[in-house]
Ligand binder design. Structure first.
Ligand code: FAD
Length: 518
């Protein structure tokens, strides 16, 4: 017999070995010996009150063996001689489009501008230490896309739970910890992601797919409303019949190319702001109602904040407990920050994007001349501003949170995890008013919601500008572009995903559409 039950375990009880066995036997009024196994279905922490509780949902197996846990099985076909599908970009959307092609018996031919995960490390080192941005291989571009050297948080607001579980199980199949199947806030960690990405690459290659790194698509050759060839690295052409475009939100050259060729694209609303960085201990103390070090069984605490300021949303984005702020620019001459954390989330800082909604219809009148590229040009100017207000390298402009709100330059800054370094700058007077004023009110309001959050011990670091794509690429209900009928705009760059999991799910759907299996 199997019984699904909910258990509440206090922090003190969590230290007891076999606590789930003990509690399950008590709850079901049976002897412990009758329980042959317990499978955890869900685990979450409730820290709203000082008495912290671990909530478990478990299946208790009574006098019967615990079965195999997977709901999905992945069977890949030999596609060496199969019909090809060209996939541009090998981020989560491109990777899962390629895997799904192999499952469906089509040969994915992936074209990726950046380097493979191993070589990409050298490019990341160059950004952090030499302030040099390789414009094809960086924190956003290269094998695994923006998802590889990311935080690997796997939260999604997608309602298609079935598909979410499928992607989670596939990540586990490719080497991610099976803890992601049960945690309420699953997370892989930047140190573990490259291995998973490497394993996904290996599956694609083992079954006959192709992946070409250092191969940037630079033009589309179009005849009769179809792409007939892709130009690679500004030179040779590759004939094609179906193209999945999964180039991410930072591939500006692709947006410019589409616009130049009069292929419909649209300006999209998005959000921009800064990264706030606190000592992790401050966030732990607020969230866990404690002082000093947090309990060793508790993970680094996170937060999620949102506030309406003059009818505009200000909210936390991609919060990284125990993490690092990283330089996420894709070109020299711009500064962009983002965050990531290792699997153990054991760094001493907590960082989060704090961003302000930008409405493409209402807020960008000064940029109307750029048409569908107006939000992109606004974003670009913001990033150049960060570059010029730093040291004209990857040094990021920064201010103490309280100085930013009170409108004064910081004479000193707090320590930071941002490796290229930070420089005091008057961000309060530099930012466009719609962003600066909303952030100032937002930080004050966050301080009221989380006592201790609004503090001079926090830095704000500029700029957080790549939250989602500033452009969307239209597609029909069959997922192809309305004008170019063999082009499948896919993932975050086209406006159909926001994060690793939703991008992966969209990749699968585009592969199904391109192969006639939608
Ligand atoms: P991308 O991942 O952007 O991939 C696009 C790929 O296309 C890139 O590899 C790029 O090199 C390639 N490409 C671009 N142009 C061309 C071209 N012309 N020719 C060939 N190839 C091209 N999301 C989460 O869900 N959780 C997180 O914790 C998280 N943390 C993040 C941390 C950081 C530092 C960053 C930068 C992002 C983070 N994200 C996170 C966001 C997440 O990474 C993206 O939402 C996701 O990667 C989008 O997937 P995608 O495949 O649509 O695009």
């Amino acid at each position: 017999m199997v019984k699904d039950i909910q258990l509440r375990v206090s922090l003190k009880e969590e230290e007891i070995p076999d606590i789930l066995l003990i509690k399950s036997a008590e709850w079901l009024s049976i002897s412990r010996e009758d329980i042959s196994g317990i499978k955890i279905l869900r685990k979450s922490i409730d820290a709203r009150k000082p008495k912290i509780i671990f909530n478990y949902k478990v299946s208790v197996f009574i006098k019967e063996p615990v079965p195999e846990t997977s709901e999905y099985h992945f069977e890949y076909k030999d596609v060496s001689n199969a019909k090809p599908i060209h996939i541009i970009g090998f981020g989560p959307a491109g990777m899962y489009a390629a895997l799904r092609c192999v499952e469906l018996g089509y040969k994915p031919i992936v074209l990726e501008r950046g380097a493979n995960v191993q070589d990409r490390r050298r490019d990341l080192k160059a950004i952090n230490q030499d302030h040099f941005v390789n414009e094809d291989s960086n924190y956003c571009f290269g094998e695994g896309g923006a998802g590889t050297y990311s935080d690997g948080k796997l939260y999604t607001r997608s309602l298609k739970r079935g598909d979410v579980r499928r992607i989670f199980e596939n990540l586990v199949f490719h080497g991610a910890t099976d803890q992601i199947l049960v945690d309420a806030h699953p997370h892989i960690g930047t140190n573990k992601l490259p291995k998973v990405v490497h394993n996904i690459r290996q599956t694609i290659l083992d079954f006959g797919g192709e992946i070409h790194f250092n191969t940037r698509v630079t033009d589309f050759i179009i005849k009769n409303e179809k792409i007939v060839a892709l130009q690679l690295n500004n030179s040779n052409e590759l004939a094609t019949e179906k193209v999945i475009l999964a180039t991410g939100h930072s591939a500006r050259d692709i947006f410019y190319l589409l616009d130049r060729k009069n292929i419909a694209i649209e300006a999209k609303s998005f959000a921009m702001g800064v990264r706030a960085e606190h000592p992790q201990q401050i966030i732990d103390n607020i969230q866990y109602h404690c002082s000093g070090e947090r309990h060793p069984l508790l993970p680094a605490a996170s937060y999620s904040l949102v506030q309406q300021v003059n009818g505009r949303g200000v909210y936390s984005f991609c919060m990284c407990p125990g993490g690092f702020i990283v330089p996420a620019a894709t070109a020299n001459g711009e500064v962009v920050v983002n965050g990531m954390s290792p699997s153990r989330r054991n760094n001493t800082f907590a960082n989060s994007g704090i961003v302000v909604e930008i409405n493409a219809d209402k807020d960008l009148h000064k940029y109307e001349q750029f048409g569908a590229l107006k939000a992109l040009e606004f974003q670009k100017d913001f990033e150049k501003l960060a570059f010029t207000s730093g040291n004209r390298d990857q040094t990021a402009p920064a201010q103490r949170m309280t100085d930013f709100v009170e409108g004064r330059l910081s004479s000193t800054l707090n320590e930071t995890s941002y490796q290229p370094g930070i420089k005091s700058a008057p961000l309060h007077s530099l930012f466009p008013k719609i962003i600066g004023s909303a952030l100032r009110k937002g930080f004050k309001a966050f301080g009221d919601k989380m006592k201790g959050y609004y503090t001079e011990e926090a830095n704000i670091i500029g700029v957080e500008s790549r939250t989602s794509s500033p452009v969307s690429i239209p597609r029909t209900d069959q997922l192809h572009h309305p004008e170019i009928t063999n082009l499948y705009p896919c993932g975050e760059g086209a406006g159909y995903a926001g994060g690793i999991i939703s991008a992966a799910m969209d990749g699968e759907r585009c592969a199904e559409a391109a192969t006639g299996n939608l």
